[in-house]
Design a protein around this ligand. Structure first.
Ligand SMILES: [Zn+2]
Length: 152
């Protein structure tokens, strides 16, 4: 098994510039790759800049897990949609509603509704959503990731 985790961003809603550094910490987002499966966790307002920087082909992203309905977690979905129409969004029902309220262009995209404690299996990857406290209005998931062994 081969795999990698790429941190596309580790910052809050507004990009943060670190003293003495040129680059910014953009919205939090992760790419997980195991063998030929690519999973994106949150699709941020900085999505295009992030994947360009890391040279990730947008059409390689087939699975998109969304933690919650705030714009810094969903705001890049229309950007992804313009480059790739074949991805599945995994989100709570509340988050799905937030996405569709914000972005009518995403009506044709396939959603899979996920729930606290119920794992999703994608070949060797197992992703289990769990409730975290973040926002009263926007129920939020963290994700536990298990790949059944070490990634080399
Ligand atoms: Zn938030």
């Amino acid at each position: 098994m081969s795999g990698e985790i790429i941190f596309l961003g580790t910052g809050p809603t507004e990009p943060v510039r670190m003293p003495g550094r040129r680059e910014e910490r953009t919205n939090s987002s992760i790419i997980l790759r195991v063998d030929d499966i690519t999973v994106l966790f949150d699709c941020t307002l900085n999505f295009t800049e992030q994947i360009d920087r890391e040279r990730i082909a947008p059409e390689s992203i087939e699975h998109v897990f969304i933690s919650h309905g705030h714009l810094d977690a969903i705001g890049g979905l229309p950007q992804l949609m313009r480059k790739n129409k074949n991805f599945i969004i995994y989100a709570s029902d509340a988050t799905r509603r937030s996405i569709l309220e914000n972005f009518k262009s995403l009506k044709g995209i396939e959603f899979k509704i996920i729930e606290h404690g119920k794992p999703v299996k994608l070949n060797k990857i197992e992703i289990t959503p769990f409730n975290v406290i973040h926002s009263e209005k926007f129920p939020t998931f963290g994700f536990r990731i298990n790949t059944g062994g070490k990634i080399k």
